[in-house]
Design a protein around this ligand. Structure first.
Ligand code: ARG
Length: 455
């Protein structure tokens, strides 16, 4: 079979070039979008008086038959098809004959591929959004289940102040909430119909672009044909969304990897999300979490790769733009699995409140001891220094801060009184932080209520 664009050529494409040029090996994934776009385009051609009602019916019937073939997996990518657009048209021609040759009237693969990619992505975003919501809902549910479990809070991975486990867990809810907002915002920019932009200058045969957009369920049409065929901002935005969302999942994974080690023992993963070692019989490795962490690097590669392709491209369509597909498909597939695995890992995570309680060290209450002195009238900078001295003294004596005798405290400052020992209560330290957004149980309860209202 000759090329759809073969008229002006006197020799065949070089064989290496043919493989180099072909995108069918991956863009076959656009089949449903491509056929949907063509069915709408056939209607636009009829409306413009370019084909008869019978011709339109033949095209639509034929396209539906091609759709059914793809749906049941009958299509196998072949190199000669070049890309999904020519593949569908080739098959349509085989099924309905000459009329198929009218479908591409006034259309270019440039506006076609832009339309297909937007339709495809719009679809996938719907599923990803639902997966993100499911993960958020599970986080809320687990936070409620373990509402008042105490744990050490860390900064610099050093013990800082006591926290509720639920408060730590909910911190990821809000990261994912911003990810969901970002996804909604970028969807508005995906939701634009470029069909009718033609190759670069617009359609000369009077297709009704607004009707096309409505047929395809797009809210808007693109405003400039030059921009329409080369705009891949929405792909870049989506890749950024994927990268940032995965970065959040990667940090969640990192916390849990550390905490599931024998040394911490704060949590354990359900066996179904771990794997063994081929050499060391005792091992149970948190591969699910490690992959959640690792995939963030891969997605960043997708994003940076596409931006590098876009940078410095001359105006309108260039074949370089075909390089948007693989990172896009990769990101969609990666995010689909990542969000599903993250949700299941969190849903099945076992939380060991006792190990967390055992890890609570008195240093976590040093800030509260400084606050105690503040309430006795000592300036904060001074109280910070005095408590620092007490910590150093306890360390030198090899005892816990609460074991430091009153005489020792009073040798440092006479602002210390016998009631200083009341500070050594982790639960109390948590409950004192009852500002909105703080770790007190009531504050976390309010936070969870707020979270439920945005779910
Ligand atoms: N496979 C191409 C792509 O993905 C379709 C557009 C081809 N356009 C062209 N002028 N050759 O970008």
């Amino acid at each position: 079979m000759g090329k759809m664009w073969g008229g002006r050529f006197s020799k065949p494409t070089d064989s290496a070039m043919e493989r180099f040029n072909a995108s069918i090996g991956f863009d076959w994934q656009l089949w449903a979008a491509d056929i949907r776009g063509s069915i709408a385009y056939a209607a636009a051609l009829e409306r413009a008086g370019l084909i008869s009602a019978q011709e339109r019916a033949a095209l639509v019937e034929g396209l539906q038959a091609v759709y059914a073939e793809f749906e049941c997996g009958a299509y196998e990518p072949r190199l000669a098809d070049e890309d999904i657009h020519t593949a569908v048209e080739r098959r349509l021609g085989e099924l309905i004959g000459e009329t198929a040759r009218k479908l591409h009237t006034g259309r270019s693969r440039n506006d076609q591929v832009a339309t297909d990619t937007r339709l495809y992505l719009r679809d996938k975003i719907g599923a990803l959004r639902a997966a993100l919501l499911a993960l958020q809902a599970t986080i809320v549910q687990r936070a409620e289940e373990h509402l008042d479990v105490l744990m050490p809070g860390y900064t610099h991975l050093q013990q800082a102040q006591p926290l509720l486990f639920s408060h730590w867990l909910m911190s990821y809810f809000w990261m994912l909430q911003r990810d969901r907002e970002r996804l909604d915002e970028l969807t508005r920019r995906v939701d634009v119909c470029p069909l009718g932009a033609g190759a670069v200058a617009g359609n000369a045969l009077g297709v009704d672009r607004a009707a096309l957009a409505a047929d395809l369920g797009f809210s808007r049409i693109s405003e400039n044909s030059v921009d329409a065929v080369s705009d891949r901002d929405y792909v870049a935005e989506f890749l950024f969304w994927a990268t940032l969302t995965q970065t959040h999942l990667s940090r969640l994974a990192e916390d849990l990897i550390i905490w599931s080690s024998v040394e911490f023992g704060f949590v354990s993963l359900d066996e179904a999300f771990t794997t063994g070692s081929s050499l060391m019989p005792q091992k149970r490795n948190p591969d699910s979490l490690e992959l959640l962490r690792g995939k963030a690097g891969r997605l960043l590669g997708d994003l940076v790769g596409l931006l590098a392709v876009l940078k410095g491209l001359p105006s309108a369509y260039d074949k370089d733009l075909q390089e948007d597909k693989e990172p896009l498909f990769d990101a969609v597939e990666t995010m689909t699995l990542s969000l599903a695995v993250a949700e299941r890992v969190i849903r099945t995570l076992r939380v060991h409140a006792e190990a967390m309680a055992q890890a609570l060290a008195d240093g976590l209450l040093a800030t509260d001891l400084a606050d105690y002195l503040v309430r006795k009238g000592v300036a904060f900078r001074r109280s910070h220094e005095l408590v620092g001295m007490a910590v150093r003294r306890a360390e030198a004596l090899g005892i816990r801060l609460r074991e430091l005798p009153l005489t020792e405290f009073q040798a440092i400052s006479d602002a210390f009184g016998p009631d200083l020992y009341d500070v050594f209560d982790f639960r109390h330290a948590v409950e004192r932080r009852d500002v909105p957004g703080g770790t007190a149980t009531d504050a976390v309860r309010a936070q969870i209520a707020q979270a439920k209202s945005v779910l």
